[in-house]
Design a protein around this ligand. Structure first.
Ligand code: ZN
Length: 201
């Protein structure tokens, strides 16, 4: 099972981190041990002093495929959820400045908070989500604001990696990311439905 993540897929988020708007999707991966399911708490690790939350829509692949054409991509996913792509921003900035891979800043244990899946109904472009921190909305996501659509991401990723049933794609974060602190509670709502809750310990 593979976990793909997309960086800089919303223009306003790329700008808030002073990153360029990408011409191609920026793809990275997390190992399966990064998953944090079942509303379990996240324990703040010692290796970072600046972990950020990034709330994201997550798509589950339901069929194996390679070189998937964009027009057929809809056949390859049927469930979505919300999650957090937790990022050790201090480590990531250090690695980025040296041009090094950023796995340790992105793929550590528990860094892929994942909610419960819901069947996909209707057109994804109408979907919106919110991330709440301590009951306050900190991120608003609208799928139509994505720089690269989910169908295009599936097409793009499947040129390099065979997609398999159960693979996940974290589709990038909208603006509003920020640091997590011990005691914070994060929740993800798809429309009105809460799909995850996690406390930082
Ligand atoms: Zn992200």
């Amino acid at each position: 099972m593979k976990i793909f993540c997309i960086g800089r897929n919303y223009a306003l988020h790329a700008q808030e981190l002073n990153n360029e708007i990408p011409e191609k999707p920026l793809v990275f991966m997390k190992p399966p041990t990064a998953l944090l399911k079942g509303d379990k708490p996240f324990y703040y690790p010692e290796f970072s002093k600046n972990i950020h939350f990034e709330g994201e829509l997550v798509v589950r692949i339901c069929k194996n495929g390679k070189h998937i054409q964009e027009k057929f991509a809809k056949n390859y996913y049927d469930q979505v959820t919300l999650g957090l792509d937790l990022t050790a921003r201090d480590l990531q900035n250090e690695l980025k400045s040296k041009g090094h891979p950023w796995e340790i800043a992105k793929g550590f244990d528990g860094s892929a908070v994942i909610g419960s899946f819901v069947p996909l109904a209707g057109d994804l472009s109408d979907i919106s989500f919110t991330i709440r921190k301590n009951n306050e909305i900190v991120q608003n996501g609208y799928c139509q604001d994505m720089l690269f659509s989910i169908d295009y991401l599936i097409h793009y990723i499947s040129q390099f990696f065979m997609l398999q049933t159960g693979d996940l794609i974290y589709t990038g974060t909208p603006a509003g990311v920020g640091p997590i602190e011990i005691g914070d509670v994060f929740e993800g709502f798809l429309q009105e439905k809460r799909l995850f809750r996690t406390q930082i310990k």
